[in-house]
Design a protein around this ligand. Structure first.
Ligand code: TNX
Length: 527
C-alpha cells in the first residue's frame, strides 16, 4: 500500500479556514437559545435575575447528586418527569465524580428557609441547592417550568439565578370525595398537578351525609352501607386502608401531606345510616343522595358516639403521617349549641390524645380551643376572630374567594354560586393577611382552596372547576404579596396554556386570559 501523499499546505489551509468560518457561523446562528421571557413561572419566585445564556438538556446530560438517599429519590422523580416530557432518560452520577456539563442537585446548609432553594442556570450547568430534599423537590418543579412545554428547538433552559422560599407553610387544596367518589388514580392525578405548582397539602373530605369513603376496620358497615352511594344515587365507593395508604405515600413522594377529614357532629348521615346506635332514637336513617345540608347529627349525649369516634380517629391516625386530623364541625344546624360545644371539646381531646392536632371549620370556635388547634375560616369572620382571640391559628379558605366549586360566571355549567361568582381574577386578587381585620400573617397558617363536589361527578368536572384557579391560590400561598400583580400573573398564566394541554388537563379557558396557544420556543430565535 502506497503511503498517503501529504496534501500541499495551501488547500489544507483553505479547508481549515472554511471549516472555522462554518463552525463559528453555526455557533452564532444555530446554537439554540431561549430567554426567560419565553417561560412562565407560577408561583413567582422571591428573586429572579435573568442572565445571558441557555442550558440545553440532551441525552448526554448527567444529573449529579451527593449520595443522600432521599435526594436521589427526588432526582429520580425529576428524571421520570423529564422522561414523560421528552422521552429522554437522564443518567445520574455522584457529585464526588466531579461535575462536567450537567445538572446538580445538592443539599446545602447555607440555605435556611423551609422548602426554599437556590437555582443557578448557566450555559454549562443547572445547579439546584436547598437545605433538604423537600426544597430540592420544590426547586425541581421550577426547572420543569423553565423547560418548554413541548420540544421544539431542544430542551432549552434560559440562564437565570433564582432564590426562592414560600410565604406560608400550609398551601393546600381540598377535594370532597364524599359527595361524589373519586378513584385512587383520580386523586393521584390531582396530586400531580398540585405538586407542579408547589402546593404541599391535600385535604380529603372523606365523610359526609352522602358517603363514607374510608375503610374503618372496627366499624365495617361504614363503608359497606355508608360507602355504597353518592349524590344522584350512583354507586359511590370507598378507599380500603391499603388504597388510602397508597395515596398518602404517593403524595409524600411529592412532599404533599394528606389531611383526612371526618366531618361531625353534622354531615354524618352516611354513618347514621350504617349504625343505628349512633342515632338518639336507636334507628338507622335512610341513605341520602340529595344535596341539602344541616339535617344530620351524631347523638352527642350517648357514650357509644365517643367510643365510635375514638375508634375511627385511632385507625385514621395510624394511616396519617401528617400532623393534622380534620374534625369538620361545620353547619351542625341540627345540633344544639349546648350539645355542640362539649362534643367538639371531647373530639378535640381525642385527636390530641392520639398525638395529632385538630383542624375544624370556623364554627368550632364555639368550643374551648387549645392554642395549637387550627380553625379553617370559610364563611364567618366573627368565628375566625373569636378563634384567634382564643389563641388558635387560622387557615384561610374564604368561600367568596377560594371556593373552587363556585361558578366562574353566570353561565358556567357546573358548580354553585351561593358564595358568589369567582372568576379567575377574583380568585387571584386577594391577600390572606388583610382579608379579615385583626387577622394578620402571624395568625395564619396558610391558605386552602376547597372543592366541593355536589355538582361534579367526573375528574374532568373537577379539573374544569379547579383549573386554572388553583394556580392563583398556589401563587397566593407561596409568593410574596409585594410581587403579586394581576397583569403579571395574567401573562404568566396565559403562557401555561401548553403546559396544561400537554398534561391533558380539562381546564376552563377563561376569556379574561389572553391564552398563549403557540409553542413558546418557536419564537426563541426572534429575540
Ligand atoms: C358549604 S364549606 C359546606 C359544604 C358544601 C359547600 C358547597 C363548608 C364547611 N360546608 O358542606 O359542600 O358549602 O359550596
Amino acid at each position: 500500500m502506497k503511503p498517503l501523499k501529504p496534501l500541499s499546505t495551501k488547500p489544507c489551509f483553505l479547508l481549515m479556514f472554511i471549516a472555522v468560518i462554518f463552525l463559528t457561523s453555526c455557533e452564532k446562528k444555530d446554537k439554540p437559545h431561549t430567554h426567560l421571557s419565553d417561560r412562565s413561572l407560577i408561583p413567582v419566585p422571591a428573586q429572579v435575575h435573568e442572565m445571558d445564556g441557555t442550558f440545553e438538556i440532551s441525552k448526554n446530560t448527567i444529573l449529579y447528586t451527593d449520595g443522600n438517599k432521599e435526594l436521589d429519590k427526588v432526582a429520580q422523580q425529576f428524571i421520570n418527569d423529564f422522561k414523560g416530557l421528552g422521552n429522554l432518560e437522564l443518567k445520574t452520577a455522584s457529585l464526588a465524580e466531579g461535575i462536567d456539563n450537567g445538572i446538580v442537585f445538592k443539599l446545602s446548609q447555607q440555605i435556611d428557609t423551609e422548602e426554599g432553594y437556590t437555582l443557578k442556570v448557566t450555559d454549562h450547568q443547572i445547579q439546584l441547592e436547598a437545605k433538604n430534599p423537600e426544597g430540592i423537590f420544590r426547586g425541581s418543579q421550577t426547572i420543569l417550568q423553565l423547560l418548554p412545554a413541548k420540544q421544539t428547538e431542544g430542551w432549552l433552559v434560559p440562564a437565570v439565578e433564582i432564590e426562592d422560599f414560600p410565604q406560608y407553610a400550609y398551601r393546600g387544596a381540598m377535594l370532597d370525595v364524599a359527595r361524589h367518589f373519586f378513584s385512587v388514580n383520580d386523586v393521584k392525578r390531582y396530586i400531580d398537578l398540585m405538586a407542579a405548582y408547589k402546593f404541599n397539602v391535600l385535604h380529603l373530605h372523606l365523610t359526609d351525609d352522602q358517603g363514607w369513603r374510608i375503610e374503618i376496620k372496627s366499624w365495617p358497615k361504614l363503608t359497606e352501607i355508608g360507602g355504597s352511594t353518592e349524590v344522584g344515587g350512583e354507586k359511590g365507593g370507598f378507599y380500603t386502608q391499603e388504597e388510602y395508604q397508597d395515596i398518602v405515600k404517593y403524595a409524600a413522594e411529592k412532599y404533599i401531606t394528606i389531611i383526612p377529614e371526618i366531618d361531625m357532629p353534622g354531615h354524618t348521615n352516611a354513618a347514621l345510616a350504617s349504625y343505628p346506635e349512633l342515632n338518639c332514637n336507636g334507628k338507622a336513617t335512610e341513605l341520602y343522595t340529595g344535596t341539602e345540608v344541616g339535617f344530620s347529627s351524631f347523638c352527642t349525649d350517648k357514650e357509644i358516639t365517643y367510643k365510635f369516634i375514638d375508634d375511627v380517629i385511632k385507625e385514621l391516625v395510624a394511616l396519617t403521617p401528617g400532623p393534622y386530623i380534620h374534625i369538620g364541625g361545620d353547619e351542625s344546624h341540627s345540633t344544639e349549641l349546648e350539645d355542640y360545644i362539649p362534643f367538639v371539646n371531647r373530639v378535640q381531646d381525642i385527636v390530641y390524645k392520639y398525638g395529632k392536632t385538630p383542624i375544624g371549620w370556623d364554627e368550632i370556635r364555639h368550643a374551648k380551643l387549645k392554642n395549637t388547634s387550627v380553625v379553617q375560616f370559610w364563611a364567618n369572620k366573627e368565628n375566625a376572630l373569636a378563634a384567634v382571640q382564643q389563641g388558635a391559628k387560622v387557615l384561610m379558605s374564604p368561600a367568596s374567594k377560594a371556593y373552587v366549586d363556585m361558578k366562574y360566571d353566570s353561565i358556567t355549567p357546573l358548580g354553585l354560586s351561593w358564595a358568589g361568582i369567582i372568576n379567575v381574577k377574583t380568585a387571584y386578587n386577594w391577600d390572606p393577611a388583610t382579608l379579615v381585620d385583626g387577622i394578620g400573617k402571624p395568625e395564619i397558617v396558610g391558605i386552602e382552596a376547597p372543592l366541593w363536589t355536589e355538582t361534579l361527578s367526573k375528574i374532568e368536572d373537577v379539573e374544569y372547576m379547579a383549573y386554572p384557579r388553583l394556580l392563583g391560590y398556589a401563587e397566593i400561598g407561596w409568593s410574596q404579596d409585594s410581587l403579586r400583580y394581576w397583569d403579571s400573573y395574567k401573562k404568566r398564566l396565559s403562557m401555561q396554556y401548553q403546559y396544561l394541554k400537554q398534561k391533558n388537563i380539562n381546564f376552563y379557558e377563561s376569556k379574561l386570559i389572553p391564552w398563549y396557544k403557540a409553542t413558546v420556543d418557536s419564537t426563541a430565535h426572534k429575540h
